[in-house]
Design a protein around this ligand. Structure first.
Ligand code: ATP
Ligand code: MG
Length: 405
């Protein structure tokens, strides 16, 4: 199925850890402006324009800085790359799109083909996603860009009937594999590998806080992602995804080897900006000193749904929370619980009986800190109350008081 224009072989990417061999598509056209020269030219231009202030901060999708190093890709090139990559390089396939990886024009790219039967709708969806993705990218500094891929500016020069494609940088890191969070979580949890629960509490807290910092970056851009599910949040990881690799990590009873304790890297990434909402402002209002975490019409008895939907206050004092966050609550089972909820009757300190609410708290703390804001008292109280209830349910000997507000 794979037609490989460069003549190199296209191996199916192994499910394992090392970066898979990718087809080199160097033989194909590299667009009117190939990315590398254009990046250089744009960087030079940015240097020249250093002293010139950019447009006023309400200038639509790109208010924070003049786009400095962008690359443009045509539909024709994207389609050619997608087809040359072949099915063997498919890395994601759903109802809405198929994504393939390839090396094109000196870059590792992810090319997404939009599959909606309604071709006009597919085109609109792609344009929206590219606009959103570009907005987050342009509004983010280097610290925050590390969590996302770099979108190409897409040209939509073809007829809709010829298909619709987008291109972005491939998230990858030598020596690590990139996985949708759900895959690592399922391998560790459903298949009873249970490696993550064997790492130290300090290490797990670091992983939770890193996720909170990534969430803060999205808010900092003045964007709600709105679709933070287990397949759209990726991890770069050395987690052993096959049984051969697992042997390096555990002894034959599945106990994590000492040298591998706290050595399972989990670096967060987020993709898929199709449902994102880009707001006028480029981040939280300076006027509010606390993070926002619930819409205004919130009933105090109904906090369960809101404590990880952290967002930001806009300039009008409206809280713009994320719509969903499947990650924070799954982090608890991933990191702490293994296959069975543990009994806490023998626990000496609260740290020996971590609850889902504690995980929420670490995410909240890192989120607040990264935005320079504090956790509001009502959220802190709600989280603490839930932690206490959670510990009690597992027999933690804490002497009561669980129902106080
Ligand atoms: N830049 C990227 N680098 C590495 N992998 C990526 C990248 N973009 C997407 N992927 C992989 O492809 C999968 C699908 O991508 P994406 O979520 O953008 O499309 P989709 O799920 O088909 O769209 P939708 O969620 O609208 O159905 C992701 O879960 C991820 O595994
Ligand atoms: Mg997706």
């Amino acid at each position: 199925m794979a037609s490989d224009a460069s003549g190199s072989s296209t191996q199916p990417p192994p499910p394992g850890q090392t970066p898979p061999p990718l087809p080199s598509l160097a033989g194909l056209s590299c667009s009117k402006l190939s990315p590398a020269p254009k990046r250089q030219r744009a960087a030079d231009a940015a240097d020249d324009a250093d002293a010139a202030p950019s447009a006023a901060p309400d200038a639509g999708a790109a208010p924070s800085a003049a786009p400095s190093a962008e690359w443009t890709v045509t539909q024709a090139d994207a389609k050619a790359w997608f087809e040359a990559a072949g099915e063997a390089n498919t890395i994601g396939e759903g109802v809405y799109g198929e994504t393939r990886q390839a090396q094109a024009c000196d870059r590792w790219v992810a090319i997404k083909r939009f599959l909606d039967d309604d071709r006009a709708k597919a085109r609109t969806e792609a344009k929206t996603e590219v606009d959103n993705h570009l907005a987050v990218w342009r509004r983010s500094g280097d610290q925050c860009r590390q969590y996302i891929s770099e979108p190409a500016v897409m040209e939509f020069e073809t007829e809709e009937s010829e298909g619709t494609y987008t291109v972005q940088s491939l998230i990858r890191e030598p020596g690590l594999s990139v996985q949708p969070f759900v895959k690592v979580r399922d391998r560790d949890y459903r298949l009873f590998r249970g490696l993550m629960p064997q790492t130290s509490t300090d290490y797990k807290i670091k992983i939770c806080k890193a996720y909170g910092r990534m969430r803060a970056c999205i808010a900092k851009a003045g964007v709600a992602h709105n679709d933070l599910h287990l397949n759209n949040v990726l991890v770069l990881t050395n987690y052993p995804m096959d049984d051969e690799h697992l042997k390096e990590y555990t002894d034959w009873t599945s106990v994590l080897k000492d040298e591998k304790r706290d050595a399972i890297e989990i670096q967060w990434r987020v993709v898929d900006w199709g449902l994102a909402q880009v707001y006028d402002e480029t981040g939280p209002s300076e006027d509010r000193d606390e993070i926002c975490w619930r819409p205004k019409a919130y009933a105090p008895t109904d906090d369960a749904q809101h404590d990880s939907k952290l967002g930001y206050w806009n300039q009008n004092g409206t809280c713009i929370p994320e719509k969903r966050d499947e990650i924070t609550s799954r982090l608890f089972s991933f990191l702490f619980e293994g296959a069975e909820p543990s009994d806490c009757s023998g626990a000496k300190t609260e740290r020996d009986c971590v609850t889902v609410a504690d995980v929420h708290q670490w995410v909240q703390e890192a989120f607040a800190e990264a935005l320079g804001k504090r956790i509001p008292d009502d959220l802190a109280a709600a989280t603490e109350r839930k932690a206490r209830l959670g510990r009690r349910a597992r027999g933690f000997p804490d002497g009561g008081g669980a129902s106080s507000a």
